[in-house]
Every structure is written in structure tokens, then in C-alpha cells.
Design a protein around this ligand. Structure first.
Ligand code: G3I
Length: 570
């Protein structure tokens, strides 16, 4: 009773943007030495103690000091006075401040329960962050039907010691709920037989801490992951013969825990080359001979691809090898020009061939990609040069299995028909096509309608990928706008992790493709229907009103809403 009264006095609500926050325990109304019950899941008795004490960093502040003496022993929190029914319907996040003494060095698993239902559990045991400092933690709770007036939370450990303060419930409304898998991108992508992937900047997103909203956003929405920088040659082999696989391994482990495929990016590139090979990716400042540089390339590819054999399903073997200037093609339509790089300058064009052969020997099951930018839309010289190069490699029996279109775009760039025509012609070569680094910059990001235009651009690219069996993967190049390498808010999540219109457009397209793959929707043949139809895109915008039904097949390839149903025009 005493606690309930105290807690009623302590309950405060503040509005923060899209979220409402209630502090349920800040311990200021307690006496030093007061205890909260500790609940052992498997036993009536526990020696674990949760006692109000002075903050180790500020004696004026009261906090809860927890010493765990048995597994599965959690702090019991009374919440009945502030909620009715199921709290996970109203409040989606459980947050608190955590302080660990230096002695508490072990890896822990955070667990929370509402009554008997687990509403959060880390997938593994993690380092809970820096010791001897207060760290803010927040966990998205799973929805549950349990109506309980008690939350249990803590670290699943026989020997944990920690302090908590300011335990709070946060109601965040992002317009979607990623604990409901049907609202995520990957759910529909998987059903459509596609991968939706993301480049993760491991320096900015701690993928080892699954309580973090960015980390959760990644594993809940995407079924493919690529390291934004951490698997490039300068990161993996900073000194000759010295490999640093730590961050790459974290990505691979994270992917395995969450059933995601891994793209390896990248083995040979003119950028992010380790300084011991070249100071700028172009100069041969260490005077390597052709044979020496080939050996260096072979050693790197062999070590890296072997290390990740069976764990990385596909590699960007050669990245951005084409020159931006492809004017030669005007006089020789079958030509392509390669950019100057230390590889091209010292080894010659066959560095590309050799790189694919070395990678194939190291992992014959990996899909091996060439990857480039500015090669998406038919009609451009560089697009044709890319096709010419890939055709040459395939004809020469080089094990190229995939062609990557980076798709670093700006609103207004995308021409669906030109992208479609380009993608389609690679199928007869026997190679896959993938969108490997999609982002769409907005020149005036805050103009009215800009985000909607951006969403349409994402939609056009994704729709083409849905139409072909030789296109499995679409990857976006980053998680939130603030972390992008580009200006103009080019990604699908805001800094707050709130999904943007582009997220919803992508999801609609994946969902439609999934429904079509399931045979749920079929184009209306029109046998008994009206002579004319209204055609809408997936965002509900009119494409053609009053179109003669027999002209449906003449629409540009894509997915439309016709007669209220998803219809694919192939
Ligand atoms: O790691 C250092 C850090 O120690 C230092 O404090 C900081 C100061 O600037 O720089 C950090 O390195 C940066 C690195 O990203 C990690 O954040 C580099 O300066 C920066 O150049 C590097 O940029 C990356 C860029 O490739 C390099 O070429 C971008 O994050 C990455 O998104 C971008 O990715 C490429 C693809 O690999 C290939 N296609 C194009 C795409 C976009 O440029």
C-alpha cells in the first residue's frame, strides 16, 4: 500500500515528440535500506537482493542496488496503478538508467516479463556497456495479451551486480510496430522470395546491444546485412598479413542470430585500400611488380573469403572498376574503359578476371558480384560499358554470378522503363542482378511533397526488382538519414528511427509481391467486368483513369491496383 501511494506520487508524464514517458520508479520516496521483491522464476526462495541505496556517483540521489545470486531472478515492479489491462498496448518501451560497478564484468542477458509473459529477452548474452558510469537503456516490449499489474526485469545471471534508476515506460508511436512481424519489411520480402538488406555502420550502431532501437530496427526489418565499411580491405588487413576480423565477425554472428544473409563488401576497390598497398588507391608507391600485386590480391581474397566461407553468401568481388568517362563507346559500341587504380595500372585488366577466380576457389558456393554506380539506366554510356564488361567476363568463363546496381540516386533520376530494360537483358547472360546500395537524396528535403517523391523513387526501383526471378536482393545503404554518407535525407528512417513514406512504399511493394507469389491475387481478365478501368499505383495515386481494359497490358511494367486488386504487368 505504501509503495502504491508513493508510486502514484512519483508517476509523471512528459511529452517528447512522438513519445509519452512515465517514470514508474525513481526511488526518491523510499528510505535507504528499503527493499523491492526479487522474483525467482524457478524457486520460491532467493538470496538475491534489490535494496534502495545512495547513488554511487551522487550521494543525494537514491537508486536501487541489485545483487543477483541465482539465474532468472528479476526485480518485481508494481505498475497496476497507472495502467488498465495490458500495458504493452499503451507503452511500448521499457527504459531505465543502469550503472555497473567495475567488478561486474560478465556478459548478461536482459529479460523483462509482464506477469508470466516474456516481453523482452536479449537473443544472447552481451556486454552491457561501460562500467562505473550511468547508461540509459531502453527495450521495445513485445505485445502480449497478458494483463498483469507487475513487470519483472533484470539480468539473467547468477552473479550480476548493478544499480538502476528512473525506470520508465515510454509510449512511442512510429506508425508501425516492429514487434508484429507482419508489419516489418523482411516478413513480406521473405514471402516474396526476396532479400531486403541494409548497410550497417558498425561504428555508429552497436549491433552487439540488442536493446538499442537502431539494432532492433535492423534485425526486425531486414533479412540481409552488409557492412558499410568494416569488411573493406583497409579494415580487414590494415597491415600486410595482419587480419582484423573482429567487426566483420560481429556482423556475421549478428546475422546468424537473426537468420539474415550476409553480403560481403568488398574485396578489390580503388578506395579504402590499405596504405601498405597504395597511399591513394592509384599510386604504386611501394613499387610492387605485377606478380607481387597479384599475389597480394590473391592472399587477401583467399584469406577473407575462406574466413567467411559458408557465412557470407555473396561478395562484391570487384567494386567500381569502370571509368566515369565512357566516350569511347560512341565509336566502339562493344567497348568499356576501366578507371585508373593501382590494380589496373600495375596488373592490367585481367586483375578483374583473377579476382573472381581467386574468390571462386576460396568459396565455390558464394555468389560473386561485380558492383558499380551510374550503370542503372539504359541509354547511358556507362550503363552500356558495364553490360559490355559483364558480357565479356561471362563469355570468357569468369565466375561472375551477379551484377550490382548501387542506385545512389537523387529524386527525379529514376526512369522505370530504362531500369527495367537494363535489368532484363542480364538474365540471358545467366547472372543475377541486385540493387546493392539504394539511397535517394532529396535536393530540397523539407519541401512539401519531397518525401512522397522520394518514396515513389524507391518504389520504382523496388518494383522492377519484384518482376524478375534473377533479381533477389535490394539493399538500402544505411539505416537513418543522419548516418548516411550523403546529404538530402536519402534513407528510409528518420534519425528518430521513425519510418518515412519510402519505408511504407517499400513495404507495400514487398507485400504485393508476396501476395502474388502466394497466388492470392491474380490479374482480372476482364471477362465479365467493365470495359474501362481506373489504374492506381501502390500508393493509391491515379496512374490511368478510364483506361480501356484491353490496354492494361500496355502499361509500363510494374505493380498496380486495378479493380481493387494488385495486378502485375510484366
Ligand atoms: O574510421 C574513421 C574514423 O576513425 C575517423 O575519425 C573519421 C573522420 O572522418 O573517419 C572515419 O572513416 C570514415 C569512414 O567512412 C567510416 O565512417 C571515412 O573518413 C569515410 O571516407 C568513410 O566513408 C565511406 C565511404 O564509402 C568511403 O569511400 C562511407 O561511410 C561509405 O558509406 C561509403 O560506401 C561506398 C561503398 O563502399 C561503395 N559505393 C559507394 C558508397 C558511398 O560512397
Amino acid at each position: 500500500m505504501r509503495h502504491t501511494l508513493l508510486l502514484m506520487m512519483l508517476a509523471v508524464a512528459t511529452l517528447q515528440g512522438h513519445s509519452q514517458e512515465k517514470v514508474i520508479y525513481d526511488f526518491e520516496g523510499y528510505e535507504i535500506g528499503d527493499r523491492l521483491p526479487m522474483n525467482d522464476l524457478y524457486s520460491d526462495k532467493t538470496e538475491s537482493v534489490a535494496e534502495v541505496t545512495a547513488d554511487p556517483t551522487n550521494p543525494q540521489n537514491k537508486v536501487l542496488h541489485v545483487t543477483n545470486k541465482s539465474w532468472n531472478t528479476l526485480i518485481e515492479l508494481a505498475i497496476g496503478h497507472i495502467t488498465q489491462g495490458n500495458i504493452t498496448e499503451s507503452y511500448r518501451m521499457l527504459a531505465f538508467d543502469l550503472y555497473r560497478p567495475a567488478s561486474d564484468a560478465n556478459y548478461k542477458q536482459f529479460v523483462a516479463r509482464l506477469g508470466q509473459d516474456t516481453i523482452y529477452a536479449d537473443a544472447g548474452f552481451y556486454d552491457q556497456g561501460q562500467a562505473e558510469t550511468w547508461v540509459a537503456k531502453s527495450y521495445i516490449m513485445e505485445r502480449t495479451d497478458e494483463a498483469s499489474d507487475k513487470i519483472y526485469m533484470g539480468f539473467n545471471s547468477v552473479d550480476a551486480e548493478y544499480y538502476v534508476d528512473n525506470i520508465r515506460l515510454i509510449a512511442a508511436d512510429y506508425g508501425y510496430d516492429f514487434t508484429d512481424e507482419q508489419q516489418t519489411l523482411r516478413y513480406h520480402a521473405a514471402k516474396a522470395g526476396k532479400n531486403i538488406g541494409v548497410a550497417v555502420p558498425v561504428s555508429r550502431i552497436n549491433i552487439n546491444d540488442e536493446s538499442l532501437l537502431p539494432t532492433q530496427t535492423v534485425f526486425r526489418n531486414f533479412n540481409m546485412i552488409v557492412a558499410e565499411n568494416e569488411m573493406k580491405p583497409d579494415a580487414l588487413q590494415p597491415n600486410r598479413g595482419e587480419f582484423n576480423f573482429y567487426h566483420g565477425d560481429c556482423i556475421v554472428d549478428f546475422a546468424a542470430r537473426h537468420d539474415m544473409e550476409v553480403r560481403g563488401h568488398t574485396l578489390v576497390w580503388h578506395k579504402q585500400v590499405p596504405a601498405w598497398i597504395s597511399s591513394d588507391g592509384i599510386k604504386n608507391d611501394h613499387g610492387y611488380s605485377r606478380d607481387e600485386l597479384l599475389q597480394i590480391m590473391k592472399d587477401h581474397i583467399t584469406a577473407v573469403v575462406s574466413h567467411y566461407k559458408g557465412k557470407v553468401s555473396e561478395w562484391d568481388v570487384v567494386n567500381e572498376c569502370l571509368d566515369d568517362d565512357q566516350t569511347t563507346i560512341r565509336t566502339n559500341p562493344l567497348s568499356y574503359d576501366l578507371r585508373p587504380s593501382v590494380w589496373q595500372n600495375v596488373i592490367g585488366e585481367d586483375y578483374i578476371d583473377s579476382a573472381f577466380v581467386y574468390a571462386h576457389r576460396a568459396d565455390p558456393d558464394a555468389q560473386l558480384y561485380i558492383n558499380d554506380y551510374g550503370v542503372e539506366f539504359q541509354g547511358k554510356a556507362k550503363t552500356q560499358a558495364y553490360y559490355n564488361l559483364v558480357r565479356r567476363l561471362v563469355n570468357d568463363g569468369i565466375p561472375v554470378g551477379g551484377v550490382g546496381f548501387q542506385c545512389h540516386l537523387t529524386v527525379g533520376d529514376t526512369d522505370s522503363a530504362k531500369f527495367d530494360n537494363n535489368v532484363k537483358r542480364y538474365a540471358p547472360l545467366g547472372v543475377e542482378c541486385a540493387v546493392t546500395e539504394l539511397d535517394v537524396s532529396m535536393p530540397d528535403a523539407y519541401a512539401q511533397g519531397a518525401e512522397q517523391q522520394q518514396a515513389e523513387e524507391y518504389g520504382k526501383i523496388a518494383s522492377v526488382m519484384m518482376n524478375y526471378d534473377h533479381c533477389r536482393n535490394i539493399l538500402v545503404w544505411g539505416v537513418t538519414d543522419d548516418m548516411s554518407w550523403r546529404q538530402g535525407n536519402p534513407l528510409i528512417f528518420r534519425q528518430t528511427l521513425e519510418p518515412k513514406p519510402a519505408f511504407f512504399t517499400l513495404r507495400d511493394i514487398l507485400q504485393s509481391a508476396a501476395q502474388i507469389a502466394d497466388g492470392i491475387t491474380t490479374p482480372d481478365t476482364g471477362a465479365t467486368a467493365s470495359a474501362s478501368v481506373d489504374v492506381y499505383d501502390l500508393g493509391g495515386r491515379p496512374v490511368a483513369l478510364g483506361l480501356d481494359r484491353k490496354d492494361i497490358g500496355r502499361l509500363p511494367k510494374g505493380i498496380y491496383i486495378i479493380d481493387g486488386k494488385c495486378t502485375v504487368v510484366r
